[in-house]
Design a protein around this ligand. Structure first.
Ligand code: SF4
Length: 294
């Protein structure tokens, strides 16, 4: 059984790919996402409601991740092959449950009627792409014997430390084969090597921190599930990892600059979090209802 180091809770902000992306795209959106309770003008409930809006693409990704997680956990209990009919029935139920309990961006802002079956078709398509891939057969043969050692979406947010800074990198699926550790990350959207290779660097550092594995023994695989199964391999080495660790430190300090108290993670006034000038981000922003920049 692999044990993951736990950290005591602190208020200090933790770097993550998604957090820094948000920070880079629009400081005002970042404020709403992470510091809503400090907004003196807009009720917290309103900001939280908008924050929780989902979208069709987001929800497909969410559902696919949860089904693959559950399927892999089932493999940890029994090595019997998955019954596809049962899996798809489970997937349909989960899709309906998730979609019926959420408000979609497309419905809230554009009045679009959300079709659960349209979402399910995409979910099913992605699951079929995975199940029919040669990688899946390979996993059943090579990774299944050590399923008790698998790490599948570990509890919490994947907290770790990079250059002593708090960082969150939550892996989808990690498993050992002989002296190597494989990391698989499920992707349900478009190939984005710039963003996704940063994510992989973070996962590799997470493995390095928690298991003391040298990066040469870590094999990360970006797994795109749509429109067809497609894997991308990211080259990692000690130089790239060191460079990435320095970037994380710099980006964390960038975010610290917007705080009046770093230890307690208290932000400056909202006026110091400007709206983006790139209206492309505004079009798809959950907060456009309350933002004067829309
Ligand atoms: S609507 Fe535009 S400016 Fe306003 S928070 Fe969203 S992305 Fe930022």
């Amino acid at each position: 059984m692999i044990n993951i180091k736990k950290f005591s809770y602190t208020d200090i902000l933790g770097w993550s790919i998604s957090r820094y992306d948000r920070f880079s795209n629009c400081k005002r959106q970042y404020f709403y996402d992470y510091y809503a309770k400090f907004d003196e003008a807009i009720p917290l409930e309103k900001i939280q409601f908008l924050k929780n809006l989902t979208s069709k693409a987001l929800e497909v990704g969410n559902i696919v991740h949860d089904i693959i997680r559950d399927m892999l956990k089932r493999y940890q209990i029994s090595s019997k092959p998955i019954n596809k009919n049962k899996l798809f029935k489970y997937s349909l139920n989960l899709t309906e449950r998730y979609c019926n309990s959420k408000t979609f961006f497309e419905h809230y802002y554009n009045g679009e009627l959300i079709s659960n079956s349209e979402i399910y078709e995409k979910v099913k398509n992605m699951l079929e792409n995975l199940l029919n891939s040669s990688r899946f057969t390979w996993l059943e043969k090579n990774a299944l014997p050590s399923s008790s050692e698998w790490i599948i979406e570990p509890d919490g947010f994947g907290e770790t430390r990079i250059n002593n800074y708090k960082v969150f990198c939550k892996v989808d699926f990690l498993f050992p084969i002989l002296d190597k550790i494989f990391i698989m990350d499920w992707k349900t959207g478009k190939v984005d090597m710039n963003k996704h290779s940063r994510q992989i660097m973070g996962y590799s550092l997470w493995v390095n921190y928690h298991f003391g594995k040298d990066v040469s023994d870590i094999i990360p695989i970006l797994t795109y599930l749509y429109p067809q199964y497609n894997e991308q391999y990211i080259k990692i080495n000690n130089f790239l990892i060191k460079e990435f660790a320095n970037t994380v430190a710099e980006e964390t300090k960038d975010m610290y600059n917007f705080l009046i108290n770093i230890e307690k993670n208290i932000p400056k006034d909202k006026k110091y979090f400007p709206s983006t000038s790139n209206l492309f981000f505004c079009k798809r922003c959950n907060y456009k209802e309350i933002c004067s920049n829309k």
